[in-house]
Ligand binder design. Structure first.
Ligand SMILES: Nc1ncnc2c1ncn2[C@H]1C[C@H](O)[C@@H](COP(=O)(O)OP(=O)(O)O)O1
Ligand SMILES: [Mg+2]
Length: 205
């Protein structure tokens, strides 16, 4: 394939992504983002892309980049913006032909990440804000840590992740509230009731 065709091909794929619905799923660690996304996949056939899962897959591959990522994630810090965005973009392109919509779970973690995403990929039509109390999130993560095998599900890292969430990610919600696309769901409720609220927000699109 010539360079020109390649570029044209890429434009077509990005156009397809633009036609698909993009939903940002934002909430603290352990708030229930992954749990709700799974249910959205089952009911609506959207593609679920968890930035954390993509990063953990890279770590699991044992690559040099994976090793660097692991060190950052273990400390509860944010990995470099371009790395996450490139991974999300590649995953979206891979699914562009078959996907009606994308759930971008755990991204943006900070306002700048949202701005970059829009520049390079497209605009979200909805931000699902999965809201739970700090205490609830800690409890759920400690429990999840018993079986998840996740290096960051331990008390010390959980505390750092929560602090970072309040400092860096909550401003993301305020930013998109200004655009009128935020729908908040009460993730203190049982999973199915939370999903009722999620479904309402998606049905209204
Ligand atoms: N509404 C809810 N009620 C009770 N437990 C919930 C819940 N939503 C999620 N959980 C549980 C499932 C997991 O063990 C843990 C964290 O959920 P998760 O979906 O992995 O969170 P996240 O992806 O936001 O980090 O909490
Ligand atoms: Mg998750």
């Amino acid at each position: 394939m010539s360079r020109k065709e390649e570029t044209l091909g890429n434009v077509t794929i990005l156009d397809k992504i633009k036609d698909a619905k993009i939903i940002f799923v934002v909430g603290g660690p352990g708030s229930g983002k992954g749990t709700q996304c799974e249910k959205v996949v089952a009911k609506y056939g959207y593609t679920h892309l968890s930035s954390g899962d993509l990063l953990r897959a890279e770590v699991g591959s044992g690559s040099e980049r994976g090793k660097q990522l692991q060190a950052i994630m273990q400390k509860g810090e944010l990995v470099p913006l371009d790395t996450v965005l490139d991974m999300i973009k590649d995953a979206m392109i891979a699914k562009a032909d078959v996907s009606k919509g994308f759930l971008i779970d755990g991204y943006p973690r900070e306002v700048k990440q949202g701005e970059e995403f829009e520049k390079k990929i497209g605009k979200p039509c909805l931000l699902l804000y999965v809201d739970a109390r700090g205490e609830t999130m800690v409890k759920r993560l400690m429990k999840r840590g018993e079986t998840s095998g996740r290096a960051d599900d331990n008390e010390e890292t959980i505390k750092k992740r929560l602090d970072l969430y309040y400092k860096a990610t909550e401003p993301v919600i305020a930013f998109y509230e200004g655009r009128g696309i935020v729908r908040k769901v009460d993730s203190e409720l049982p999973v199915d009731e939370v999903f009722g609220q999620v479904s309402k927000a998606i049905d209204a699109l």
